[in-house]
Design a protein around this ligand. Structure first.
Ligand code: MG
Length: 386
């Protein structure tokens, strides 16, 4: 690694002091597909984080819904603010456990970058469109973006991220495969993702009036929190009550994880990342918290994700995305040139789906208006038809 300017600590010096033996070190990175000179004071995972942050796909997360659509208001989370909340919680956990925060931040900013427009509804629609060709997965598409579609250097395609970031994302894509052994930093991001959406979907659902706070208190974890905090449902205090509950939901989940994994990692005596993989160690919540999270998630699934308003917007979004998929499939010349050029190698359907997956919700609606609604609108006798 190139030396730091006079008076500055190198990344390696810093990591030797701060990180636990089981944390991923910058000096142990397997590097990038296309070799690049090292940087004087930014480590490889910091550079990955910055490349992700400055990518087009990352910025588009601000125009992609998490659960609730833009016409439901401005309060709730978008895919971008969700991503920031995940990064914040994951870094808190990572710092407490002396893991590599730079790698954690890069992975957190990257984790949802492959989400298509309209959240999981959009993903399911594209998956159906590609059912004969292996389907569509946002986790897999994040890798396509990072390795093929993002442009930052004329010498190669993609962001040229480190092997560790790409491999960690690949383990997310193959989550069901028992043979995957993600590094602890990737495990933290995965757990933080779940803690984050459990908390903010609860917050957003109450704020948007899809569920009443009183109903939520019947969920055992939320009821316990409310009782412990001694919250009284006084008139005019509901907003603070909701916020206190959401804050505690995050705090309790993080505390539970640290209370279990801190001592486990201390006792395990892992000397390096390889020891963690060898032992197939998995960070997890306590049995009690796992059960309580499952109850909260069942409530969210039945009462929020399956709420008639959400189901209706989900159906509407899927219909638009499928029609737009058909429209581009019939007229691939409407695809931007670099997407047309991929068709011989990835096939027409995949090429169209990859283009659609990169769209924001708004752009997808706009294109639907341009290429589906207008094309199917009954035509009057325009000047050109005389
Ligand atoms: Mg997420």
């Amino acid at each position: 690694m190139k030396g730091a300017p006079d008076g500055l600590q190198t990344i390696d010096e810093r990591e030797r002091v701060l990180l636990a033996p089981y944390a991923m070190k910058s000096r142990d990175s397997r590097g990038r597909k296309h070799a690049e000179p090292t940087h004087a004071y930014r480590g490889p995972f910091q550079r990955d984080r910055d490349r992700i942050l400055h990518s087009s796909a990352y910025r588009r997360l601000s125009g992609k819904l998490q659960v609730f659509t833009g016409d439901m208001g401005d309060y709730h989370r978008t895919r971008l603010t969700h991503t920031h909340e995940v990064a914040s919680i994951a870094r808190t956990i990572g710092r407490a456990l002396r893991l590599n925060e730079d790698l954690i931040e890069a992975l957190a900013l990257f984790h949802d970058i492959g989400h298509p427009p309209f959240g999981h509804a959009g993903e399911d629609a594209l998956h159906e469109c590609l059912r004969d060709e292996g389907g569509f997965s946002h986790n897999q598409f994040a890798l396509t973006l990072a390795e093929e579609l993002e442009e930052r250097n004329p010498a190669f395609r993609g962001l040229n991220l480190t092997w560790e970031v790409l491999d960690s994302q690949a383990t997310r894509a193959a989550k069901e495969d028992p043979a995957t052994h993600p590094v602890l930093e990737a495990q933290v991001v995965d757990l933080a993702d779940s803690m984050t959406y459990d908390a903010h979907d609860t917050d957003d659902a109450v704020k948007l009036g899809l569920v009443e706070l009183e109903e939520l208190l019947e969920v055992p974890l939320v009821g316990q929190i409310s009782e412990r905090l001694g919250l009284q449902p006084k008139q005019g205090q509901m907003k603070f009550k909701r916020k206190a509950i959401v804050h505690a939901l995050i705090d309790w989940q993080v505390n539970d994880l640290l209370a279990r994994c801190g001592p486990e990692l201390g006792a395990a005596d892992f000397r390096c990342v390889g020891d963690v993989k060898q032992a197939e160690y998995r960070m997890t919540h306590s049995t009690e918290m796992r059960a309580q999270k499952a109850e909260l998630e069942t409530f969210l699934f039945n009462r929020v994700y399956r709420h008639p308003t959400i189901l209706e917007s989900r159906q509407h979004a899927q219909h638009r995305l499928k029609r737009l998929f058909d429209a581009y499939r019939q007229q691939p010349e409407r695809l931007p040139r670099r997407y047309r050029q991929r068709i011989p190698s990835v096939g027409l359907k995949r090429g169209v789906a990859d283009y659609l997956a990169g769209m924001t919700d708004r752009f997808c609606d706009q294109r639907y208006g341009d290429y589906v609604e207008q094309d199917s609108a009954p035509r009057g006798l325009g000047v050109s038809e005389w």
